[in-house]
Ligand binder design. Structure first.
Ligand code: F6R
Length: 608
């Protein structure tokens, strides 16, 4: 995962920046870089190796103000030219986490104005854009704010101007960023662990904030441009722990990290030539040509990701797909088809049943294998011919959250690559899908902004013993995932059904004591779903409907409508998942359960 550190001090900041980057290493990266101001010029060091490489390179460098970054590219050779910081006209330097959705448009505009690009990243547009405003008034804060107005997407940035060595400017929207306050020295970081060695006094920036930090002071402006105070927290973390930061639980933190985790996972699609088989490994171009069907094997939440993918793969790519629970498949005498791509999905890559299922598939004669996994050196990755690594970063909460949504992002990429390779994707469709993917981190952020509303709603569930989740089509697996989250962390019995199946049995359970949670995207099945909801209301069931804009559903007696911010088309399951994760989390808080370590469960199920 990408990481940011910035520092201004009366001493050499390079050791502080490097130490900060080292603290972020556990999140994974493949290149690192820093820039300091020395003798009124930028000194930039970048490396595609470990932070220790950068440390060696910087042995003779020094500076009292600087910014640094770790970057995790998703395909191709991670190169020095793509590593941050990016510099515009030897004058403005920027490090960036996130995805700039409109970077192609900005790049074209800036190129027409004479800016030369030296990387393939979306991030470089930010440096040039800020520079273009900085030229006008020499005011880095004003230039950054003006540039941010033009950016669409998710970002955490830290900016430095060579002729302004008294301050750093930073901003966040959709990606975390915080200030670390020292004595006559101040810091910026994307993650508290990066500054713990130098200060425990932390100010978390809020969504849309822009801040300017100097040696002795700092100012924060909210998204309306008003100067604001943000509370200072004294971190109680030891320098060694994987930090919780401003959050109360890892699960909460991991839910809120999703815009960044998705941006990191989708970094490859910042580039318009991105939809290539190479994303999945060197042999993918040939393997993908040879396959005619897909078999997905996974457990639990990862299995739900596979169920969503089946809809995408059949509907968009036109490739037949089956999805099986790994623990069942491993003992079934199934018929192998040597033209089938076996896709395993796993957060940990160490789940015993999934590994056994993959081994079983290979024994049956399957040759083409792909692992979608969050842990690079895991057993599943090592066993598979092809791999796609999600960039969720460490997931510590037992209930899987950000691993699931990044798996979905990876599976959507797989769908698009296969569709393209089978020549079923027009240039127009490709542009539209890429646009939706780039917008995804921001769209997820909008759902996260619903947290206070969902927290209030959760009070209604604390006394319940049973719940029913309903969804249709692409969102039936999301109903399953919502029910799984709720049951595992709040211990409330939760079941999920495809809404059309209600009348074939489960409707018997519905009475006024049964809350029914419905996932209602604005899609082709909406009218059918509405009829199913009528069936529930007619039996006195209390409905809680998560509905997209435009569904024309309304709150009424016995119906609580939770309005989703926007409809995301094929990516809608990701947005609805985030809302249901929040619901499960806040219900568990109401019940006072151990959110991060629910009873009887383990994070990585390495036994059968
Ligand atoms: C539920 C959950 C589990 C895992 C399952 C598979 O919140 O986390 O259902 O999804 O144990 O684990 P991985 O993905 O590591 O193979």
């Amino acid at each position: 995962m990408c990481g940011i550190v910035g520092a201004i001090a009366q001493r050499n900041v390079i050791p502080i920046l490097l130490q900060g980057l080292q603290r972020l290493e556990y999140r994974g990266y493949d290149s690192a870089g820093l820039v300091v101001i020395k003798n009124s010029t930028f000194e930039r060091l970048r490396s595609t190796g470990r932070v220790t490489e950068l440390t060696k390179k910087s042995a003779h460098s020094s500076g009292k103000i600087g910014i640094a970054h770790t970057r995790w590219a998703t395909h191709g050779v991670p190169s020095e030219r793509n590593a941050h910081p990016h510099i515009s006209c030897d004058s403005v330097a920027v490090v960036h986490n996130g995805i700039i959705e409109n970077y192609e448009e900005l790049r074209a505009q800036l190129t027409a104005r004479g800016y030369l690009f030296s990387s393939d990243t979306d991030s470089e547009v930010i440096a040039h854009l800020i520079h273009s405003y900085y030229l006008q008034n020499n005011d880095l804060l004003a230039a950054t704010r003006a540039a941010l107005v033009e950016l669409i997407g998710a970002y955490a940035i830290c900016v430095l101007a060579v002729n302004n060595p008294q301050h750093l400017v930073c901003a966040r929207r959709g990606s975390p960023l915080l200030l670390g306050l020292g004595e006559n020295e101040n810091f910026v970081a994307s993650d508290v662990s990066a500054v713990l060695a130098v200060t425990k006094n932390i100010v978390y920036l809020a969504e849309g904030d822009v801040a300017e930090i100097n040696l002795h002071s700092y100012r924060i402006f909210d998204e309306g441009g008003k100067q604001v105070q943000r509370a200072m927290h004294v971190s109680e973390l030891s320098n060694d722990s994987v930090e919780l930061g401003e959050y109360s639980h890892y699960m909460q933190k991991e839910i809120f990290e999703q815009p960044q985790a998705l941006a990191d996972t989708l970094e490859a699609v910042c580039n318009s030539q991105a939809l290539i088989p190479g994303l999945f490994g060197a042999d993918a171009a040939v393997d993908f040509k040879n396959i005619g069907s897909i078999l997905i094997l996974a457990c639990g939440t990862s299995h739900h990701a596979g169920m969503v993918a089946r809809y995408w793969l059949e509907d968009i790519a036109g490739i037949p797909c089956t999805v099986e629970i790994a623990s069942e498949y491993r003992y079934r005498k199934s018929v192998a088809n040597d033209k089938t791509l076996v896709v395993t999905i796993s957060q940990s890559g160490e789940t015993a049943d999934t590994i056994a299922a993959l081994n079983h598939a290979m024994l049956l004669g399957h040759v083409y294998t792909l692992a979608i996994c969050n842990v690079p050196e895991s057993a599943l990755v090592r066993l598979s011919r092809l791999r796609f690594l999600t960039r969720a970063g460490p997931e510590i909460g037992v209930a899987s959250t950000k691993a699931f949504t990044t798996q979905l992002a990876a599976l959507f990429l797989l769908t698009l690559v296969l569709t393209k390779q089978h020549q079923r994707l027009s240039a127009e469709e490709e542009r539209e899908h890429l646009h939706q993917l780039r917008h995804l981190p921001s769209a997820v952020q909008l759902v996260l902004n619903m947290a206070p509303e969902i927290a209030l709603l959760s009070e209604k569930f604390a006394s319940k013993h049973h719940t029913l989740f309903l969804g249709r089509g692409l969102h039936y697996p999301i109903a399953l995932e919502g029910a799984l989250k709720l049951k595992e962390i709040s211990y409330i019995h939760a079941e999920a059904y495809p809404a059309g199946e209600l009348k074939h049995g489960p409707l018997a359970l519905v009475d006024k004591y049964m809350p029914v949670i419905a996932v209602a995207p604005n899609d082709t099945l909406l009218e059918k779903l509405k009829s199913n909801l009528q069936e529930v209301r007619a039996r006195g069931g209390e409905l809680f409907v998560f509905a997209d804009a435009g569904t024309r559903l309304q709150s009424s007696e016995g119906v609580t409508l939770i309005q989703m911010p926007e409809h995301a088309g094929y990516l809608s399951p990701i947005l609805h998942t985030v809302a249901l994760q929040l619901l499960a989390y806040y219900v568990a808080l109401q019940k006072g359960t151990d959110v991060d370590k629910p009873r009887n469960l383990a994070k990585s199920v390495t036994v059968e």
